[in-house]
Design a protein around this ligand. Structure first.
Ligand SMILES: NC(=O)c1ccc[n+]([C@@H]2O[C@H](COP(=O)([O-])OP(=O)(O)OC[C@H]3O[C@@H](n4cnc5c(N)ncnc54)[C@H](OP(=O)(O)O)[C@@H]3O)[C@@H](O)[C@H]2O)c1
Length: 320
């Protein structure tokens, strides 16, 4: 069932990281237009005036925030505690970098940079903002990716970080639920933003043997730039911030991406089951899938009321 929207946004403060480009920029503008006060975190000082020409500039406060820099995290913590009197309702962990090329090519510094930006910063920044988020029973939104549930061989390092974001989001949701803080994970497929070009640029600094590979990536980029624009992800973020009962996951994928994701993950589960020394039988496997698919249907809810307890909650994991 789709949750109802509430007007929770009236003049609430939200922090968006990686705000000067792509999904972050679209999200800042959409939230500011929707009546939020937005703290827009930008990595570079020369981007501090990025929103000065925006029609919503009055609702946007730009803040220098390199999410991998502990000093910047301390500064935002102080700003939220004292200037905002701990009235920050939500954080959108959007800052991220993409990475291309075989994982064996990756030097330790690059691996650290990608993990620091895409994963570890989420832990430090969430911790820094927790007093305010707890006080307001606010929200945390993480931008993951289909690469959090699939591995694409041309970008394994990136996928590794997004797999970690998936686990982190689930863990934070459990940990913070008791404090009334909701956590949502947004899972976009390909979105046309500059992220791919930046990764191609970063790859030029690496020792790589193959120019053909680079050419392949460049042609991928053309397909990539035909994808939908970042506003579709901004819409999902807005839902995660305003739904009365926010979902753990909001997926923003095109049909072919969704098909690929489902087929790949079912293949994986079937192969895991078959290789297990105690596999569950195909009938039970099918029943679990049917159960999850039908759970939201009216027929199913009528049936479960009738047979209350035949498939008790402790026999399965709670559906999210
Ligand atoms: N585009 C897609 O297809 C896609 C799909 C799934 C998920 N995502 C995720 O969506 C998020 C946004 O990506 P995007 O596509 O909008 O890419 P983008 O246009 O390149 O934007 C990324 C933003 O993150 C910022 N950033 C990078 N390192 C940072 C750091 N250390 N501290 C603070 N900010 C930093 C960038 O700043 P600079 O411009 O200064 O580098 C930029 O503002 C990322 O988490 C990405 O993984 C994107």
């Amino acid at each position: 069932m789709e949750s109802e929207h509430q007007d929770l946004s009236a003049k609430k403060w939200v922090l968006v990281t990686g705000a000067n480009s792509g999904i972050g920029e679209a999200t800042v503008n959409q939230l500011a237009e929707g009546g939020w006060n937005v703290l827009a975190g930008v990595r570079r000082e020369d981007k501090l005036d990025h929103f000065s020409g925006s029609p919503y500039a009055d609702s946007i406060t730009t803040f220098k925030l390199d999410v991998t820099d502990d000093r910047d995290i301390e500064r935002i913590k102080q700003f939220v505690s004292f200037e905002l009197a701990a009235e920050l309702y939500a954080v959108v962990h959007n800052a991220g970098i993409f990475d291309l090329g075989p994982v064996v090519d990756k030097q330790k510094d690059r691996v650290s940079q990608v993990f620091d930006t895409n994963v570890f910063s989420i832990i430090s920044l969430t911790r820094a903002l927790l007093p305010s988020l707890k006080k307001l029973k606010g929200r945390v939104v993480l931008i993951s990716s289909d690469g959090g549930l699939l591995n694409f061989a041309s970008n394994t390092l990136y996928c590794m970080t997004k797999h970690a974001v998936e686990a982190l989001g689930e863990g934070l949701a459990e940990e913070l639920r008791h404090d009334g803080v909701s956590v949502s994970i947004i899972q976009p497929g390909n979105i046309a933003t500059p992220i791919f070009e930046k990764a191609i640029e970063a790859r030029k600094d690496e020792d790589t043997s193959s120019t053909t590979e680079t050419e392949e990536y460049l042609s991928d980029n053309e397909a990539f730039m035909r994808s939908r624009g970042p506003h579709v992800v901004a819409e999902a973020v807005t839902r995660a911030l305003t739904d009365e009962y926010p979902q753990l996951r909001y997926t923003v994928m095109e049909l072919h991406e969704m098909r690929n994701l489902i087929a790949h993950n079912i293949d994986k589960l079937v192969a895991m089951n078959q290789s297990n020394d105690e596999p569950i039988n195909p009938e039970e496997f099918t029943m679990i899938i049917s159960y999850n698919l039908l759970q939201e249907s009216e027929v199913f809810s009528a049936l479960t009321k009738q047979f209350d307890g035949w498939w008790s909650k402790d026999k399965r994991r709670t559906k999210r």
